[in-house]
Design a protein around this ligand. Structure first.
Ligand SMILES: [Fe+2]
Length: 370
């Protein structure tokens, strides 16, 4: 696959227009969520004269397989020759699946068919600085209530329009939560057992950018927004190599039980998980060994501007506290659900082994109790 093209802008779409012209695009399939109504890029699509645009918004957060099927039908019926997605993680996941499934046999379940790469031009316009989904080969959809991970290198967008103007109207809770998602991606990728020199280069740079520009981004400053978008994208490139670890594996049930945002939930888990790992480093499962893992923890602490990992844990906790995000309150029944909610197979990327007791202990430290 050729290198992903990055078009950086702040509300000017001339370069995107040229890209579409060069690709000979005639019929755009535009996957978009409701945020597009607030964005300047909406006018760009309305102003196109020689390109027909079919819009598709018939999907939900945590998108269903059935929504993707509708999207594939609409794409094929409209004889579209390009997919553009404007939205957050869910919209990008839907668009990725439509790209992968559109040439497949519609009489059979797409999830059971072999993915054959296709060359439909695919452009992502992320509307948050968070998921990094525009840089990854992963998509998540739900089929009969079960989470399905769709993974293929050919669903990585050919081009990304990094338009920092889209962040101007981002609501504050989403602004905080998506930033925290990117922060977790950068830290988790850094310590993942799957890390390599390339991924660590991305995760280190991402973490530097996220920490260094957090204040200005939270104040909706233009430079802060631009830098946070860049940081979130780099964190996406890092997890594209390593995948995420236990903080993400543990956050999904918090999201569904307490209806909090994904990044909010992951960030509640991150420092408590790190604290646990520091006390249990003998349970290191990274094949590079526990001395290696100690150096990684030191490196992460250094990027966070701290002398020791313990101080870095405290710093992360202080950052999250300063954002004034609510901490859910759990009862005994919740803890029973939570401790068995994490699939042990999904913890294999985590550098320190976690059993059910460890997971229960961590959840008790994260949540308030009744
Ligand atoms: Fe995430």
């Amino acid at each position: 696959m050729s290198e992903q093209i990055i078009i950086r802008t702040d509300g000017n779409y001339d370069e995107l227009n040229t890209y579409l012209e060069n690709k000979g695009v005639k019929r755009i399939f535009l996957v978009c969520d409701s945020s597009i109504g607030f964005l300047g890029i909406n006018s760009f699509f309305k102003s196109l004269e020689n390109i027909y645009v079919t819009r598709f918004s018939d999907f939900e957060p945590n998108p269903l397989y059935e929504s993707v099927v509708k999207g594939v039908d609409t794409f094929n019926n409209g004889k579209c020759d390009c997919i553009i997605v404007v939205g957050g993680g869910s919209a990008i996941d839907v668009a990725k699946c439509i790209k992968l499934y559109s040439p497949m046999d519609k009489s059979k379940n797409y999830l059971e068919q072999e993915i054959v790469p296709n060359d439909i031009p695919f452009i992502a316009v992320p509307t948050t600085a968070g998921t990094g989904s525009e840089a990854t080969r992963f998509a998540v959809i739900y089929y009969r209530g079960e989470k399905q991970s769709v993974t293929d290198i050919s669903c990585i967008p050919d081009a990304v329009l990094m338009d920092s103007s889209v962040l101007d109207t981002l609501p504050i809770y989403q602004r905080k939560a998506t930033m925290l998602d990117a922060l977790c991606h950068s830290v988790e990728s850094f310590w993942s057992v799957n890390s390599n020199d390339e991924s660590k280069k991305y995760s280190k740079k991402a973490l530097e950018m996220i920490i260094g520009n957090m204040d200005s981004y939270l104040m909706n400053d233009k430079d802060g927004n631009t830098a946070m978008m860049e940081g979130a994208h780099l964190a996406g490139k890092a997890i594209n190599i390593t995948q995420t670890t236990a903080a993400h594996a543990m956050c999904y049930k918090l999201t569904s039980l307490y209806k909090i945002a994904h990044g909010h939930a992951a960030a509640l888990c991150l420092p408590v998980l790190w604290e646990y790992m520091l006390s249990n480093i003998d349970k290191c499962i990274d094949s590079r060994g526990k001395e290696y893992l100690k150096t990684v923890f030191d490196d992460i602490a250094e990027v966070l501007g701290c002398d020791t990992p313990i101080k870095a844990v405290e710093k992360l906790k202080a950052i999250i506290k300063s954002l004034e995000l609510p901490i859910p309150t759990a009862n005994d029944k919740d803890f029973e659900i939570l401790k068995t909610s994490v699939n042990p197979v999904r913890l294999k990327n985590n550098p320190v082994a976690l059993d059910t007791d460890a997971i229960d202990e961590i959840y008790h430290k994260i949540l308030n109790t009744k």
